[in-house]
Design a protein around this ligand. Structure first.
Ligand code: NAD
Length: 450
């Protein structure tokens, strides 16, 4: 028999997306069969993801360009190569990470043995933001699959081209019974959050983080919250200010400043401000030339709302370099603001754009109190030649990460946990920390009956 020819009118009808409850039930059923547990399945998924990222990189780069004007070199490095690096590190260490770890037993229990095993949690929900819409959706998926879970990914609606690419490609390269993508904005995410998951991994802002955690509480579901905040930079007298400015500018203006760990503001200690500001102007020219608008690697602001928010901050303090902007292109030039007051609007909320305020502080004590008077940041950066300064910052401040001599780059060290503390989030991931996040660490004690 031949199938009836398709009715063109019927084909044009949008296919209704399955309800969230049905998607989650499908994933739960797949997990219950045990198909996600064998290491062979996990390795197959990671290999599939590797193929997706290499075979479809052109498509993904085009989507990232459409969403954020990301240049191909930067997009490849920070989204595709980054995720591949995380994936390869995971594949290399998977056997070691899933091996049960023997635990010593007290004498009174002998001849019992004990071990610690990692078991998959079940169905994991990953909610991703728009700023690194590929990396921040897929790097958690690497960990969730490596740990043997079924996964539901909810990409950000504010990066629609990348969201569509993820929804289109994941089912082609990964086991569609155990990996699903649901696209959408607040209503769709709200509906998803009514379902019971075994873990929710959320990246984004703290206001939504609270909504996610409240929804998770109804099912006693554990959460990882990868949030943001104002990550400070301390610049000490004695630091090489040229190198400092180059490394700061490289981290700050990446993705037009829309990076969760972007240096948010600089505390220039002991009169380093003027020279640092001059070096920052030079460093921006070195990165993007005289007209960053024409540079293929300089990104754009995600939408008009964020553009307007950022444009309003350009008047806080004196524009030392940059300041040009164009609403139609959602372009904001890499901008350094000098003479910024601590209570200026630019100092109130996470900037999340290419605007870098520089504040003068008299000494390290003042810098440390400035930091500790505020919420705990996702990262604290310091440029200093002094071991005492490093030791004091380590001992007297709290942040998701503490980085000397670089900005942003700690993310790319897979042996380091990535996550916040306090207002910048809870839990962490990357490398073996992802295995811990997406597994239950189970105690097994075994005493022979004889
Ligand atoms: P976003 O607007 O894309 O939101 C993130 C996700 O939350 C999206 O998938 C969105 O659909 C969902 N969401 C939005 N409103 C919701 C609601 N009311 N209920 C349920 N879900 C909802 O991204 P964003 O929050 O603007 O991202 C920027 C923030 O994320 C910044 O604060 C940044 O520092 C932080 N961030 C943190 C990291 C990290 O790894 N720690 C990485 C990137 C961004």
């Amino acid at each position: 028999t031949h199938p009836a020819p398709a009715d063109p009118a019927a084909a044009a009808e949008p296919v209704a997306a399955p309800a969230p409850a049905a998607v989650v039930a499908g994933l739960r059923a797949a997990f219950a069969t045990g198909r996600t547990r064998p290491l062979a399945w996990r390795r197959e998924q990671l290999a599939g993801l590797r193929t997706l990222l290499t075979e479809r990189s052109e498509e993904l780069l085009a989507a990232l360009d459409a969403d954020l004007g990301k240049g191909p070199a930067e997009a490849h490095r920070t989204e595709i190569a980054f995720t591949l690096n995380e994936l390869d590190h995971t594949v290399r260490h998977l056997d070691e990470w899933v091996r049960p770890k023997p635990a010593a037993v007290p004498d009174a229990f002998r001849p019992a043995t004990a071990r610690v095993v990692r078991e998959p949690l079940g169905v994991v929900l990953v909610i991703a933001p728009w700023n690194y819409p590929l990396q921040l959706a897929l790097a958690p998926v690497v960990g969730a699959l490596a740990a043997g879970n079924a996964v539901l990914v909810k990409p950000s609606e504010l990066a629609p081209a990348t969201s569509a690419a993820i929804a289109r490609l994941l089912p082609q390269y990964l086991d569609p019974q155990a990996v699903a993508v649901v696209e959408g904005a607040v209503p769709e995410t709200t509906a998803l959050l009514e379902q019971r998951f075994d873990h929710i991994f959320y990246t984004g802002n703290g206001a939504v983080g609270r909504i996610v955690m409240a929804a998770a509480a109804r099912h006693l579901t554990p959460v990882t919250l990868e949030l943001g905040g104002k990550s400070p930079v301390v610049v000490d007298p004695g630091a090489d200010l040229k190198v400092t400015a180059q490394r700061l500018a490289a981290g700050k203006f990446l993705n037009a400043g829309q990076t969760c760990v972007a240096p948010d503001y600089v505390l220039a200690v002991g009169g380093t401000g003027p020279e640092l500001v001059a070096e920052l102007a030079e460093a921006v020219r070195g990165l993007y030339g005289e007209d960053p608008a024409a540079h293929p690697e300089y990104g754009r602001i995600v939408n008009d709302r964020h553009f307007d928010r950022l444009a309003a901050l350009l008047g806080d303090g004196r524009v030392a370099t940059g300041g040009r902007h164009d609403r139609a292109a959602r372009y904001i030039e890499p901008t350094v603001l000098a003479d910024v007051r601590p209570d200026a609007p630019v100092m109130r909320e996470e900037i999340f754009g290419p605007v870098l305020p520089v504040l003068e502080v008299p000494d390290l004590d003042a810098a440390i109190s400035f930091i500790t008077d505020r919420e705990k940041p996702l990262a604290l950066y310091a440029f200093t030649a002094s071991e005492t300064t490093k030791e004091r910052l380590a001992a007297e401040t709290s942040s998701g990460a503490l980085v000397f001599g670089l900005s942003v780059s700690h993310l790319a060290v897979p042996e380091l946990p990535f996550g916040g503390v306090g207002e910048s989030g809870m839990g962490n991931y990357h490398g073996e920390y992802s295995m811990t996040t997406f597994s239950h660490t189970k105690a097994v004690l075994d005493k022979p009956l004889g």
